[in-house]
Every structure is written in C-alpha cells, then in structure tokens.
Design a protein around this ligand. Structure first.
Ligand code: BGP
Length: 467
C-alpha cells in the first residue's frame, strides 16, 4: 500500500547517545555523563568507560550523517537538544551561545536538504547540576527552569522547527527515576508520594511548554512522547484482564493528562491507595489545560501480565517488573519480544482513546551486527533480520492506517548506530548505518551503509509500496 502522501519517513537519535563532545564548547555535565552502565550505576565523575562521552562523534560528523540520511530520502529527522549545552547547569541567566550555534547548524543542515526537524526538548539528559541541587524533577523549581530553556529554543528556532516533543518517554520516570526524572534518590527509597509529585511537575512543565509553543509559534505542532508498554493478559482469567488494565494505567495516565488536560478519574484511586497527596495548585490545573497537538510514542515490543506472580515466565525486562513472556512471540537477542501486530494494536488503542494524530518516533531492532567485506572490497552488514523486523512492523502501520488511524510519520530508532540507552554499549545496534566503534570505545568511527540502508531508501522512495 502507498502511505499517505505527506507521511513523514525518517529516523531518530538522541544527543547523549550520539553527540559525544561531552565537555566541548561550554557544555555542562548531563546526568548521562555519569551513567556509564545503562540504568544502574552513577559515578561521581565522568569515567573513561562511559561510551556516551564521545558517542559516535556526531558532534563533529553530523554533516556527513545528515547527508547519509538525505541519501535515504528522509523527510523528517528526530534528534534531541542537550539541555546542558544550552544551559550548562540549568540555571544560567543567559544561554550558552556556542551550544545554540551547534544546533543552528544541525537544523540548517536538515533544512538545506528539505528534511523536517523534529526536536525532542528533553531526552534523558537533564543537566547533572539540577539533579544534584534539586533532586531533579522532585522539585517544583525545575518547571520554571525547563520553561526558560524551552523559551530559548522556541525563540531561536520558531521559524525553522515545526515539530516538537516535550519529554522523551515521559512515563519511564516510573521505571527509571534517575535517568528519566534526574531524581537522585535511589528507586528503592523513593516514595510514591515523591515519585508522583515529580511526575506532576513534569506534566505541568510539559503543558507550559505547549502553551508557550502555541503563543510563540502558532504553526508549530507540539506533542507528548510515551513509552508504549503494550501488555496482553497472560490468560483469559478476568483477574489477568484487570491486572493488565491497572498496569496500562502506568502508561495511559501520562498521555491522558497531556491530551485531555486533567487527571483521569482513575488517578484518584491510585493516589488514595498509595497514600499520595499531591501538591497541585490552581495555576497547575489551569496550565494542564494546554493540551498537546499530537501523541508520539516508542514501540519495540509487547509483553504479557498475570495477576498471579507465580504464573508465566518473566521477561526479565529491565523496564517494568512483573511482565511475562508471550509464548506466541519471538524474542530479540536482548530478550525483547517481537510483536509487529502489537504496533497496529497500539496505534488503534491510542487513536480510539485520543483521536489525535499519532507519530511513531521510535521503533527498530537492537542486534549484534557484523561488518563484512564484499566482492568489490567495500564493507557492509547483511542485516536481513533488521529488514524483516522493520518490514513486518511497517506493514502493521499500513494496516492501522487502513483502520483509519491518523499516523503522521515514522522515525526509525537509532537510524545510525549509537550508544545503547539501557546497556550503554555499542554492541546493541539499530542503525541503517554502521559506525566502526566497539564496546571498548575503539574504532575509526567510519560510517558504512548496511543492507537495510538501501531497503529503507526504497521503502521511502516508493512511499511504502515496496513493503
Ligand atoms: C528508548 C529510548 C532511546 C533508545 C531506545 C532503545 O527507551 O528512548 O533512547 O535507546 O529505547 O533502547 P536501547 O538503546 O536500550 O536498546
């Protein structure tokens, strides 16, 4: 099937996973600079084993990378702006001009090739100073600091950037309070009260960013971004159905507030049962009424859940506890269950609930790739497994479009290999473009086109007909 004429095909990256140059041109430290071991360990100072410090050297090579994206025919490129490049400690009076100049160049490079920039304002890279001084989003003062940062970006890029996302995977704060919410209190010690208060601060900050975006950039589209934790009941036992309903609320609550402008009815019960008494001001309630223009989400896999913790085989997912294997799904090398139809299902669920345009801003397969030499002496990766994964998922996107779902676009995650978020390694690769860099940080950084490069190029050129 041909996708809608204006469908935005593209790819996605995040500053902390690709830029490197962690201390160049006035950049302050971000929480990622002290997080070498994925979600788990925080170091006192940046350490040499932290691959994110030099990333894939995109900071110095972005022109080459964007040229390769152009060659694939990207219509859109999603990237994040590192808050700590713009406000190194989050609290400066004036933004760091050198940081802004870098993103001027990135954006201009996109526009030069007719690629629409899609900017994530905060992608797991809060300035470290804000984590240390305020315990991150646990403190209400982060709202104003974030809005100030947004204002700087909106004023600078209002004529150039139409699509914005306020927070990457905003609901992941439930699972990863430090990485997602810059909260230093260890997860095990964090009370539900403090966690939900931090969530509230992010939701208000997001709504205020939406308000400001609408004031300063009437043409802009600003969206929320949700980690789609798609869950099926392990059995038809009604207990399992109810368990899934409850678990889904961990995800939906975030989108419900950002799309509907107020807390959903079921939030009251969550708060009561967990002894949560949020500090919500009247102004907060007013601010929350500024609702997003679209709903974006990441989708990689689906899981099952059971009301009985002894039933089913745990997935070992590092994101959410209590999730179970689906006997009908294959798994990736990293144990993520592969379920293309789950994407159609997720699109339909979101669309039924919100009737807002949807944007799939992350999807892809993390795999170990092997660079091989071809007969003509050039190098490539024969990543048929990735082609299969993406082809199957995109067919389900086309099914959802036939179902009537309004899908704005699709940005493949890690369109160029970058440092993995959960493992902090280079071994887990997603790209159409291979980067010569290993887990020890050794390599030429040279870029090579994988087999999937030409495959995706063709998908875009035929507007999905080749799937
Ligand atoms: C999402 C994040 C990304 C990304 C992706 C893949 O949760 O938004 O930053 O990395 O997951 O995850 P990983 O790199 O752990 O395989």
């Amino acid at each position: 099937m041909r996708f809608p004429e204006k469908f935005l095909w593209g790819g996605a990256t995040a500053a902390n996973q690709c830029e490197g140059a962690y201390n160049e041109d006035g950049k302050g430290l971000s929480i990622q600079d002290v997080l070498p071991k994925g979600f788990k360990l925080i170091t006192d100072e940046p350490t040499a084993d932290n691959l994110k410090l030099k990333g894939i050297d995109y900071y110095h090579r972005f022109k080459e990378d964007i040229r390769l994206f152009t060659e694939m025919g990207f219509k859109v490129y999603r990237f994040s702006i590192a808050w700590s490049r713009i406000y190194p400690t989050g609290e400066e009076e004036q933004p760091n001009e050198a940081g802004l100049r870098f993103y001027d160049e990135v954006i201009d490079e996109c526009l030069k090739y007719g690629i629409e920039p899609l900017v994530t304002i905060s992608h797991y890279e809060t300035p470290l100073a804000l984590a240390k001084k305020y315990n991150g989003w646990a403190d209400r003062r982060l709202i104003d600091l974030y809005v100030k940062y947004c204002r700087t970006l909106f004023e600078r890029y209002k004529k150039k950037v139409k699509y914005w996302i306020t927070f990457n995977e905003i609901n992941s704060i439930i699972h990863q309070p430090f990485m997602s919410g810059a909260i230093l209190t260890p997860k095990e010690q964090l009370t539900q009260q403090d966690l939900y208060q931090a969530i509230h601060h992010e939701l208000v900050a997001s709504a205020r960013a939406v308000k400001l975006a609408h004031e300063l950039m009437p043409q802009a589209m600003i969206g929320c971004m949700i980690l789609a934790v798609t869950i099926y009941p392990l059995t038809p036992n009604p207990d399992d159905i109810i368990e899934v309903m409850k678990l889904e609320r961990n995800t939906y609550l975030f989108a419900d507030v950002q799309v509907r402008g107020e807390y959903p009815a079921y939030a009251k019960r969550i708060f009561e049962e967990n002894n949560i008494h949020l500090n919500i001001t009247n102004q907060d309630k007013e601010d929350l009424k500024n609702v997003v223009d679209f709903v974006s989400f990441s989708y990689y896999s689906s899981n099952c859940a059971s009301a009985d913790p002894t039933k089913g085989e745990p997935t070992g997912s590092n994101m959410t506890t209590n999730l179970k294997r689906n006997p009908y799904s294959k798994v990736s090398e990293w144990g993520w269950q592969i379920d293309p139809q789950g994407l159609r299902y997720t699109l339909n669920r979101f669309y039924d609930r919100y009737q807002k345009p949807l944007f799939i801003v992350e999807n892809g397969l993390g795999a170990t790739d092997e660079l091989i030499m071809q007969a003509d002496g050039s190098y490539t990766v024969e990543d048929d497994y990735r082609i299969q994964y993406m082809n199957d998922h995109l067919i389900q996107v086309s099914e959802a479009i036939k179902d009537g779902v309004d899908v704005l676009g699709y940005t493949a995650w890690g369109c160029i290999d970058l440092v993995s978020c959960s493992t902090a390694e280079m071994k887990k690769r997603y790209g159409f473009i291979y980067v010569d860099l290993d887990n020890d940080g050794i390599g030429s950084m040279q870029r090579y086109k994988k087999k999937s490069f030409d495959w995706y190029k063709n998908v875009i050129a035929t507007n999905g007909e080749s799937l």
